[in-house]
Design a protein around this ligand. Structure first.
Ligand code: KIV
Ligand code: ZN
Length: 514
């Protein structure tokens, strides 16, 4: 079996998804989980974009020991220097330099002729070579670049010292046959191609990112770039879990496999979804909630007779276990601890006590506590944010003929418990207005979404909000059996994150350089 290297760009291209903004601790948390998943390479960010981005890449580089950590750079010395500053202490550093090569980009964006593009890329790679042993070069918009020029660019990159040449379908324009042909041609025509690795980087604008990546593999690609859950710029990137499971499930066809620990996929997907706030659609391949659900009678009948009638991948393959221990209010600490271990959580005593208290509170309100409930509860705060505000109590007065009124009391750092009452267009709005009154933070609600964690009247509700203040955005999560409480908790969580961001300036809000 040929090994396919996995280059994860969830923290860079994935973070370019609209509305996503990860802080340094969230990036490190995701990077450590990617390391557990077994990805070979982690693109942690774009160090030249801002001092905050540089610090985040530095933090990931310090934390990750078993994967190459990569920083993105334009083909200019300033970016290469910033990448080196961020990565020089990484266990295995690599720089990813990109420069557009397509006629559209050359004419309208770069205003450069072919020779100028070749010279600029050559100079940048040679400059980076003085610092980095590993260099990936990407001819941006390679998919729409003349094939003979792409061969010329690739040859130049190899001569200058690139160790990986990545072929991006930047705008998701390629079909599998066309994209595969690029790899075939490069393999056949570029001198020295056998000395480097060829990589594929696809976007999903026409829904073909995974198919294109697989076509690249069939035509000689050594590495696939992608993101968890397929998040990313516009319609997103190739979903890593889709490529990994396609190679696993159709091993005889592809004759290639990744080094991923597939049982970590479900957990990684959940973590990325929670920290980015990007909900995974129910019908998403591999990691969607319905990916293993069988609704129609005929399918259910088939499944009962023999699973393989309708199931080509078992949920256990990606780390979804069938639950044997049902938890409820009579469950003790020992069973709770066993259950958490089963779900992959080994908590120290203090954290276990806190989680057990939370579980008991939940079990008082909900008859059966499912695995999903426990995971939602445990993962409500995946990364500790310093809390300037802690929600204490809340009350809502609602009637369909009267104006809703919300009252909250909040523990405010340095000021003790403060209360406030406000009216609103609805119960959630009234609560948010009351929180604004108490905290005195002028914010705008940019996004609000709610989802039910499980079925049933007593299901846990999970709320996600995005708040904006002076162009800076922060997201928050809240989980409760009551959606008003979940909403208030999410809002307060987002406020705390906003304040944390304000205290750590320099992290620009969006990837503004590309
Ligand atoms: O899509 C793209 O072209 C990119 C490059 C920076 C590789 O993300
Ligand atoms: Zn991209």
């Amino acid at each position: 079996m040929r090994k396919i290297y996995i280059f994860d760009t969830t923290l860079r291209d994935g973070e370019q998804s609209p509305g996503v903004n990860l802080n340094t601790r969230e990036k490190v948390e995701i990077a450590l989980q990617l390391e557990k998943l077994g990805v070979d390479r982690i693109e942690a960010g774009f160090p030249a974009a801002s001092p905050g981005d540089l610090a985040a890449v530095q933090a990931v580089a310090a934390a990750v020991k078993n994967a190459t950590v990569i920083g993105l750079a334009r083909a200019v010395e300033r970016d290469i220097d910033a990448a080196w500053e961020a990565l020089q202490h990484a266990a295995d550093p690599c720089i990813h330099i990109f420069l557009a090569t397509s006629p559209i980009h050359r004419k309208h964006k770069l205003k450069m002729e072919k020779e100028q593009v070749l010279a600029a890329a050559d100079k940048a790679i040679r400059y980076a070579k003085q610092k980095f042993a590993k260099i990936e070069f990407s001819p941006e918009d390679a998919g729409r670049t003349e094939l003979d020029f792409l061969c010329e660019v690739t040859e130049m990159a190899i001569r200058a010292g690139a160790t990986v040449v990545n072929i991006p379908d930047t705008v998701g324009y390629m079909t599998p046959a066309e994209f595969g042909n690029i790899f075939k041609t490069l393999k056949e025509q570029v001198p020295g191609i056998e000395t480097i690795q060829l990589s594929a980087h696809c976007h999903d604008d026409l829904g073909m990112a995974t198919a294109n990546a697989l076509a690249a593999i069939q035509n000689g690609a050594d590495q696939i770039e992608g993101t968890i859950n397929g998040i990313g710029e516009r319609a997103g990137n190739t979903a890593i879990e889709e490529v990994a499971l396609a190679l696993e499930t159709r091993a005889a066809l592809y004759g290639a496999k990744t080094g991923l620990k597939l049982t970590e996929i479900a957990r990684t997907s959940r973590l990325v979804s929670k920290l980015t706030g990007m909900v995974v659609p129910g019908n998403k391949a591999i990691v969607g909630a319905n990916a293993f659900a069988h609704e129609s009678g005929i399918h259910q009948d088939g499944m009962l007779k023999e699973k393989t009638t309708y199931e080509i991948i078992s949920p256990e393959t990606i780390g979804i276990k069938e639950s044997k221990l049902v938890m409820g209010k009579h469950s003790g600490r020992h069973a709770f601890r066993e259950k958490l271990l089963d779900l992959g959580y080994e908590l120290a005593d203090e954290a276990l006590n806190a989680a057990f208290a939370k579980f008991k509170d939940l079990a008082d309100r909900k008859k059966n506590v499912t695995d999903e409930d426990l995971l939602a509860m445990l993962e409500e705060k995946l990364v500790d944010t310093p809390e300037v505000f802690v929600l204490d109590t809340l009350e809502v007065h609602y009637g369909n003929r009267s104006t809703p009124k919300g009252t909250v009391s909040i523990q405010v750092e340095g000021r003790g418990v403060q209360s406030g009452t406000a009216e609103g267009n609805g119960s959630v709005d009234a609560l948010f207005n009351a929180i604004d009154l108490v905290t005195g933070e002028p914010v705008e609600l940019d996004d609000y979404s709610i989802k039910s964690v499980t079925d049933g009247k007593d299901a846990l509700g999970e709320v996600h909000v995005v708040l904006l203040q002076d162009g800076v955005s922060a997201q928050g999560r809240g989980v409760s059996t009551d959606i008003l409480e979940a909403s208030a908790r999410a809002y307060v969580d987002a406020l705390n994150r906003l304040i944390e961001k304000r205290k750590a300036p320099g992290r620009r809000d969006k990837m503004s350089l590309i």
